[in-house]
Design a protein around this ligand. Structure first.
Ligand code: PML
Length: 266
């Protein structure tokens, strides 16, 4: 990771949350220069409208440009699996390779699969899990840890979209997850991330770690399954306060695009 902090424009964190009757429907998160705020906020409004929400919030907050941290996007590798059982096995193997204990990896997958929040629903943010003991370390198990305030430098955005489209990965979820994973992997003490979508129609997920980047797994759950979520795995004994502060508060802009592999596993 390279950390430096020289940004000339003013940057704004834009967040959208749409829900119905207290349930989450759609969310989005961008970090953009002042001149893009209006366009990006309008696009979020449009996206939220597709879900017919009963409540919709868009917040725009200026971030201190001196605080912005930069780093590379991880390389994306597509893992060619055709069913959920194999997809989850591959995820466990990847977590082991990243340094997560076997029981902890299995349990994290089972927990997301059944709903990681104490009420059996999806968490709003991510679990924070000790990679050695499996202890859940997030202060609030319903809210979890929210990785926010991240994006890619505006001049790289069109190229990233093109590279993803070339590999049939044009869905906004993939782009957003890749950017989020870049920030998570830059966080102090975090050794891996596991994620799959809570959208019942979207079955893909990934495991990301500094050693192998972003392994995209097309089948982490069956179509129609509403469960999904994220787990961040941390080194035992790490000062979590600094990790949580970085994930939730430090603005992060990806300044390099990694390789985007094809469906044969490249
Ligand atoms: C989410 O819904 O935010 C999780 C998205 C996972 C994306 C996996 C991918 O398409 O690469």
């Amino acid at each position: 990771m390279i950390i430096f902090a020289v940004m000339e424009s003013r940057y704004y964190s834009i967040r959208m949350h749409a829900g119905r009757d207290g349930n989450h429907l759609s969310g989005a998160e961008r970090l953009v220069p002042q001149e893009e705020v209006e366009t990006v906020a309008m696009a979020m409004l449009q996206r939220a409208g597709e879900y017919d929400p009963s409540s919709l919030k868009i917040s725009v907050d200026e971030v201190d440009s001196d605080d912005i941290v930069s780093g590379a996007l991880p390389n994306l590798t597509q893992v060619p699996v055709s069913d959920v059982r194999t997809g989850r096995e591959k995820a466990i193997q990847a977590l082991l390779a990243a340094g997560v204990t076997a029981d902890v990896a299995v349990s994290a997958i089972e927990t997301i699969a059944k709903g990681a929040s104490p009420d059996g629903g999806n968490m709003r943010g991510a679990m924070l899990i000790d990679a050695g003991t499996g202890a859940r370390l997030e202060p609030d198990q319903a809210r979890g840890i929210r990785a926010t305030r991240m994006d890619i430098l505006p001049e790289l955005f069109p190229r990233l979209e093109q590279e993803l489209e070339k590999k049939d990965l044009a869905h906004h979820r993939t782009r957003e997850a890749l950017i989020l994973a870049a920030k998570v992997l830059a966080a102090p003490g975090i050794i891996a991330e596991l994620c799959w979508s809570d959208d019942p129609q979207y079955t893909a997920g990934y495991v990301a770690a500094p050693g192998f980047g972003y392994l995209r797994i097309p089948h982490m759950k069956e179509v129609g399954d509403p469960h999904g979520g994220r787990a961040f795995f941390c080194m035992p004994g790490f000062n979590l306060e600094s990790s949580i502060r970085f994930l939730e508060e430090t603005p992060f802009l990806a300044d390099r695009i990694g390789l985007i592999g094809d469906k044969s596993g490249g």
